[in-house]
Design a protein around this ligand. Sequence first.
Ligand code: ATP
Ligand code: MG
Length: 555
Amino acid sequence: MEQNSSNFIKSIIKEDLESGKRNYVMTRFPPEPNGYLHIGHAKSIVINFGLADEFNGKTNLRFDDTNPLKEDQEYVDSIKEDVRWLGYEWDGMFFASDYFDEMYNRAVLLIKKGKAYVDDLSAEEMREYRGTLTEPGKESPYRNRTVEENLDLFERMRKGEFDNGAKVLRAKIDMSSPNLNLRDPVIYRISHATHHNTGDKWCIYPMYDFAHPLGDAIEGVTHSLCTTEFEDHRPLYNWVIQECETENKPEQTEFGRLNITNTVMSKRKLKQLVDEGFVDGWDDPRMPTLSGLRRKGYTPEAIREFVKETGVSKGSGTADAAMLEHFVREDLKLKAPRTMGILRPLKVVITNYPEDQVEWLDAEINPEVPEMGIRQIPFSREIYIEQDDFMENPPKKYFRLFPGNEVRLKHAYFIKCEEVIKDEAGNIIELRCTYDPETKSGTGFTGRKVKGTLHWVDAKHAVPAEFRLYEPLILDADTEGTELEDSEEKTFLDYVNPNSLQVIQGFIEPNMADVQAHDKFQFFRHGYFNVDPKHSTKEKSVFNLIVSLKSSFKL
Ligand code: ATP
Ligand code: MG
């Protein structure tokens, strides 16, 4: 999958190849298996796999599993599924934990070189000693332990002689560096926890800033691409590569994160929405996770196109969710069969249509793609139309059905409303109409014109279906720049839209009786819908609204 436009990372890679600094390109996508992938990750995936592809390089999938408490096999499995679904296949699949032995050895090397030491300061003391942006830090009283003492203590940390938090291994860099990340960062911590991959083999775990560059170097990654929040970590990345004397010398380059309007994207927040029951799982169609978007009916093609359109730059912009929807419509326009569905049924009896007659009418499956052929839809004396396609006392310019008015039924005939039937409470329960046999669709009738065209479903043959309509999960929040920040009074949970899901029961055409999970349709006048894989049953299909037909978005 190519990325046609140029960008600054591509320029760097080109230069590295042309200057001979590199003779191959290798990237990696390095998710932490502590949650499901979201659309922000899609950007990282497209960039990493896309760039490597373009230069005939390779891309590994590497799970950054250095925090045993948060990680889980469920997440590993979902991440693999989602990367493949998005259309990418990795060259190698690894875990940072595959390299724990190697990382341990490199840490020992640092100790031997006098570049790392075991510290007994508590986390709180360490924070105090670190100083601030304007004040230099203070050196720990343990900073000048001998190499022998450090080797002994580190070995005993590994053997499990100390409790969580009792000791850490720190890189010995510079406590007065203007870059706080270089003020003797912790590179190993004690955590007596079972790891999803290494079990109970280890009770000390490398920190991200130590593990990541080493993982890159071990795999032969050339260009380590990450988001800009790691920019300040780059000097530490380079320090680790240099001091650990790795054979390969990967380099880190940062690009701006993807943010989307009205969308929270951090895994921590998404997990909270799941754990606290705001949604029914990570793959709830309202979630910005790839599994949620898939269940809603978004396609990998649309997501890739959207991500490419947002570009690769240093700055992190906020993309309009409407832009993503635009690409979904574009992708489905030619692929999705057309059909008619009634979401809020109102019965119409066509009084002059013969009681027992049924006509099977031809309808194009997709008028924009004639090769998709035709489907047949039944028409008889009783049909359903949408409740809001009728008004008893319409305003001016209302072209749908009202007493005395004539409209076209898509693929069928003109009907005229003759009588409104109400129940005792005054609710409209039925319309009596007449039809004109001369006006049959496809016969070239030109006798008179009507302004409204309604969709409908034949009542006798209609198949019950459930429709699920979605609105944004997060409302009216100021998502500028990053995303919703928690403040004292409000958290992002205060912006959760209470009406984000509407479940309604309606009817579909009989030829839709055995649709399959993930089949996608354009319901005439409503929008694109996806057959929900979780809630659909043999008896009743559930259709998720993917996106409505109208858009105000212009590229
Ligand atoms: P989150 O903050 O959502 O938990 P993360 O950065 O901690 O995300 P990782 O699993 O560590 O999640 O991310 C894997 C890769 O995806 C990283 O290289 C990260 O920079 C990238 N990534 C994560 N979120 C975005 C985003 N919104 N836009 C672009 N890249 C992203
Ligand atoms: Mg992370």
